[in-house]
Ligand binder design. Structure first.
Ligand code: ATP
Ligand code: MG
Length: 408
């Protein structure tokens, strides 16, 4: 991609009403654009990052046998009334009347509709287990949408739902998904700690995946030795005794919840009539679990924990481009470096702009945050070389023109 052709431009200043570091850097870099509080557009750079995150998630969902689908945003009031959530979730769920005076709702999660749809396909123990997921836009009437991508009113969620005949099967599958979650966060490049959180009806705890960060709205107590934590929401003497944890080994931290996995039991299957016939001919409710990740929140979290004064420092797996190539010389040498790199399959952003100073180009490279910066200048060309610097390091080295591809 040539910067001279790019749809977006970097901005020197972030909007003054935007306080969250993730949003300020992402807006300045041209990754997202703010539409209103809690609503952002993903611009070309931002979409590249988001798609890389989503693809990592997809690969790991495939490993646990998840089948991708895409459900509707519009919600059928009747099925939400069946579980009581049309009323109990009123504060978070967007609900309104359309021009025909019909009640409409927008999905903020999809347990009800997926249980309703599963009724068409699950009727026997032979149909179980099953797991489906989507990466889809949710709407929530969030009261405090001040943290940039961390808390959207319109935001992307990966939601996986699994269906089981019995508790053992669910417990085993749940652990597989927890492992998949750990792999996802590791591959994305953040360190997320599995955290005991409030479990609801069916299990003692749910599991959240929390990333330690100052801006985080959650408070967790981290057990470094076990690489586990407990959310303040459930933290008390009884829980500590239950986990056999000693208070003195725990550190209190602010954190961002990037994922949450839940055993739902029969909370949704029973009221919605999602049942199966077991091997002895008895009718039983299907046992369910749900597993969420916010890809947009995850992207914002990466920026929060991986940046400096100058800009973003993208982990390689989700960087918009691997290489940021800067030309400080108006000749065809840099063009050739770009073509060679692109032909070798490297993802390269090429600052070929002729109306920018070296300082402006360096500042943009730091702001955008690609892992490798390569500079082609008169000085480097005298040595048949380019200057190569990693975004997260200070020093650069000279690399021979002929050796660039191998040095990436
Ligand atoms: P929170 O407590 O932070 O509001 P939640 O517990 O309501 O989140 P879940 O319903 O468990 O969130 O949603 C699953 C995942 O979706 C969360 O772990 C988070 O990564 C993401 N998510 C939830 N709400 C938002 C939001 N408003 N904006 C962006 N991502 C979100
Ligand atoms: Mg949650």
């Amino acid at each position: 991609m040539k910067l001279s052709k790019l749809f977006t431009k970097t901005l020197r200043e972030a909007p003054s009403d935007e306080t969250a570091k993730n949003a300020r850097l992402l807006i300045r870099g041209g990754f997202v654009s703010k539409v209103m509080a809690g609503v952002y557009e993903y611009l070309p750079f931002g979409l590249r990052v988001l798609n890389k995150i989503n693809n990592i998630i997809r690969e790991e969902m495939d490993v646990v046998g998840g089948q991708e689908l895409n459900m509707s945003v519009f919600q059928n009031k009747e099925i939400w009334q069946a579980t009581g959530r049309w009323d109990s979730a009123k504060e978070v769920m967007y609900q309104f009347k359309d021009n025909f005076n019909k009640d409409q709702g927008l999905g903020f999660t999809h347990e009800e509709p997926i249980a309703a749809t599963a009724r068409h396909f699950i009727s026997s123990y032979k149909d179980l287990p099953k797991a489906v997921y989507q990466i889809q836009t949710k709407f929530r009437n969030e009261a405090r949408a001040k943290s940039g991508l961390l808390r959207g009113r319109e935001f992307l969620m990966k939601d996986l739902y699994s269906f089981h005949a019995d508790q053992n099967d669910l417990d085993e599958y749940y652990e597989k998904v927890a492992d998949a979650y750990s792999r996802i966060f590791e591959r994305v490049g953040v360190s997320a700690v599995r955290t005991f959180a409030s479990g609801g009806l069916f299990s003692k705890y749910s599991d959240e995946f929390q990333v330690v960060a100052d801006i985080g709205e959650d408070t967790i107590y981290v057990n470094e030795k076990e690489n586990r934590a407990v959310n303040k929401e459930v933290y008390n003497e009884d829980v500590l005794a239950d986990l056999k944890w000693n208070k003195s080994n725990l550190t209190e931290r602010s954190s961002i919840e990037v994922g949450n996995i839940f055993k739902l039991g029969t909370k949704f299957s029973e009221p919605l009539g999602l049942t199966y016939t077991d091997a002895d001919g008895n009718l039983r409710p299907v046992i369910m679990a749900s597993y969420g990740i916010g890809p947009g929140r995850l992207m914002g979290t990466v920026v929060e924990v991986s940046c400096d004064e100058e800009g973003i420092i993208w982990p390689e797996n989700i960087a918009p481009y691997k290489v940021h190539l800067i030309s400080l010389e108006q000749n065809k040498k840099a063009d050739k470096v770009y073509d060679d790199l692109a032909n070798s399959g490297a993802e390269v952003l090429y600052d070929d702009r002729e109306d920018k100073t070296a300082g402006e180009k360096f500042a943009d490279a730091d702001l955008i945050g690609c892992p490798i910066r390569i500079v082609v200048s008169k000085k480097t060309l005298e040595k048949e070389s380019v200057e190569l610097k990693l975004r997260n390091e200070k020093d650069f080295k000279l690399v021979k023109l002929s050796d660039i591809s191998q040095s990436l």
